[in-house]
Design a protein around this ligand. Structure first.
Ligand code: PLP
Length: 430
C-alpha cells in the first residue's frame, strides 16, 4: 500500500466514523460500532475489557503493519539504498518484532535484553544494530556472539572494550556522533545537542575514526539521533550536512524521531515527509538508515481502563479515577505528555474532568484536562496513542501486575503478553 493509500485508509477508517477529529489519534480501522461502542481492529472494546480485564494495552495489528509498509514505501519511492530499522525500545514485544521482521524492517536494540527479544522476535542478527551509551562488557559479548550486523559505537572507552573483546574479528560498527543540533521538542527527548550523554563530540570524531581503524573495527558509517517527536523537518537536512562534512562512508543513520498525533490538535508530518527530509541532504551512493519507534506503534495502541470512582469537588473539578496510571503509562508524569480520553461506550464531552490513576502519588494523573460523556463507575475508559513507551516503560509500582498486551485483527483478539500474576511479583524473591 502506498503512503497516499495508507493515509487515505486511515482517513476512511476513522474520519467519518469517529467523532471530533479523533480519527488520526486512534488505530487504523477504529470505528464506533453497535450502539456507538468503540471497535479496535474489529473488536468491541467493552468485550475486550470483559474478556481480558483492565488495564490492558490493545493494539490494532494492521495499523502497525501498514505504518511499517508506508515507511518502507516512502523511502523506496526515492532511493534504492535505504534501510528502515524498528527502534524496539518503543514497544519491546516479540509479537510486534515478528510482524516488523516480516514486513522487512531491521531492528535497533539498546540493551542486552532488547537484543534477546529481537532474536526471539525473529530478526536476522545481521539486520540488528546495537546501541547504547554505556553497553556493558557482557552486552558487547552477547552482541558479538549473536553476530549482530553493526554495533553503534558511542565512546572511546567502548572502542577500547571492543578492540579487546572482538579481537580482530573485523566487527562492523557505526560511530554515533553528537551533531550539535537541537530539534524543537521536549528537553527530555532531545539527544542531538552538544551537551548530551550520547555520542562522540564533533571535535573528537576524527580521532574516533582513527581509533576504530587501529582497533581493527570496520567503520561502515555514522549515526545520529537528534530527538523524538520531531515535527520541524529542516533539522534532518541540517543533520545530513553536518554528517557529510565528516566524510563519506557507506551508511548514514539519521535516527528516529518521527512524530505522532497524541491529541486531535496534533498533525505530524507523514512518513513521506520524513523520508524526503532525510534523503534531501544525503549524497548519492550513500545508504540512508532511519530508526523510527514511536511512529510505527504509537497510534496502533490504546490503553483500556475501568472507571472506579467519580469525585466532584464543588467549585474545583471532577476527578475520574481509573484502575491503572503511572505504572502503565509514566509519560504524563515524566515529561508532561498529553493525551485524549474517551468512554468506550459513550464518546462525548459533557463533563470536564481530570483522569487520575490509582497510585499513591498526587502526580499520578493520566490526563489533566479531559472531557467525558457523563462518566460513572464501571465505564470502560480508553486513552488512545499509548502504543509507544507505555508497555515499554511500565513498572510494578504499588505492586501492581503489569497489564497484558492484546493484538486485534479482523475482529479476532489474541493475548501476546499475558497479565502478570501475584506470583510473578514474588518470582525473584530469595
Ligand atoms: C538511538 C535512538 N534511535 C531511535 C529512537 C526512536 O525514537 P522514536 O521512538 O521517537 O522514533 C530513539 C529513542 O529514544 C533512540 O534513542
Amino acid at each position: 500500500m502506498t503512503q497516499e493509500n495508507a493515509d487515505q485508509a486511515l482517513v476512511d477508517a476513522g474520519e467519518s466514523r469517529l467523532p471530533g477529529g479523533l480519527a488520526h489519534v486512534y488505530p487504523l480501522g477504529s470505528r464506533l460500532g453497535a450502539g456507538g461502542r468503540l471497535e479496535i481492529g474489529g473488536c468491541d472494546a467493552l468485550e475486550l475489557a470483559r474478556e481480558f480485564g483492565t488495564p490492558a494495552y490493545v493494539y490494532a495489528e494492521d495499523d502497525m503493519r501498514e505504518r511499517a509498509r508506508a515507511t518502507m514505501a516512502a523511502f523506496a519511492r526515492r532511493t534504492e539504498s535505504f534501510e528502515v530499522l524498528y527502534a524496539s525500545k518503543a514497544f519491546p514485544c516479540t509479537a510486534a518484532m515478528r510482524l516488523f521482521a516480516e514486513v522487512g524492517l531491521g531492528c535497533d536494540v539498546a540493551s542486552g535484553g532488547e537484543l534477546h527479544l529481537a532474536l526471539k522476535g525473529g530478526f536476522q542478527p545481521g539486520r540488528i544494530y546495537m546501541h547504547g551509551n554505556n553497553k556493558s562488557e557482557r552486552e558487547l559479548e552477547e552482541a558479538l556472539a549473536a553476530g549482530v550486523g553493526h554495533i553503534v559505537v558511542d565512546s572511546f572507552d567502548e572502542i577500547e572494550r571492543l578492540e579487546r573483546l572482538a579481537a580482530g574479528a573485523a566487527q562492523r560498527v557505526l560511530l554515533r556522533v553528537t551533531p550539535g543540533i537541537e530539534p524543537d521538542t521536549h528537553t527530555s527527548i532531545r539527544t542531538g545537542q552538544a551537551d548530551s550523554k550520547f555520542g562522540i563530540p564533533m571535535a573528537h570524531v576524527p580521532r574516533a575514526i582513527e581509533r576504530c581503524a587501529d582497533a581493527g573495527l570496520v567503520l561502515r558509517g555514522l549515526h545520529a539521533h537528534i530527538g523524538s517527536q520531531v515535527y520541524a523537518l529542516d533539522v534532518y537536512e541540517a543533520l545530513a550536512e553536518v554528517l557529510v562534512q565528516i566524510g563519506e562512508l557507506p551508511l548514514l543513520n539519521m535516527g528516529g524521531g518521527f512524530g505522532i498525533a497524541y491529541t486531535r490538535d496534533d498533525h505530524p508530518p507523514t512518513a513521506d515527509d520524513y523520508a524526503e527530509a532525510m534523503l534531501r541532504g544525503a549524497p548519492e551512493g550513500v545508504t540512508v538508515l532511519c530508526e523510527p519507534g514511536r511512529s510505527l506503534v504509537g497510534n496502533a495502541g490504546v490503553s483500556l481502563y475501568t472507571v472506579g470512582t467519580v469525585k466532584e469537588i464543588p467549585g474545583v473539578r471532577t476527578y475520574v479515577s481509573v484502575d491503572g496510571g503511572m505504572a502503565d503509562n509514566i509519560r504524563p508524569m515524566l515529561y508532561g505528555a498529553t493525551y485524549e480520553a474517551d468512554l468506550a461506550a459513550r464518546f462525548g464531552d459533557s463533563t470536564p474532568c481530570r483522569i487520575a490513576g490509582m497510585h499513591c502519588e498526587s502526580g499520578d494523573v493520566l490526563v489533566r484536562e479531559a472531557a467525558l460523556e457523563d462518566p460513572s463507575p464501571g465505564d470502560v475508559l480508553v486513552i488512545p496513542a499509548t502504543g509507544a513507551y507505555g508497555h515499554a516503560m511500565a513498572s510494578n509500582y504499588n505492586a501492581v501486575r503489569r497489564p497484558p498486551v492484546i493484538f486485534c485483527r479482523g475482529g479476532d483478539a489474541r493475548v501476546v503478553v499475558r497479565r502478570e500474576t501475584y506470583d510473578d511479583l514474588t518470582l525473584r524473591d530469595r
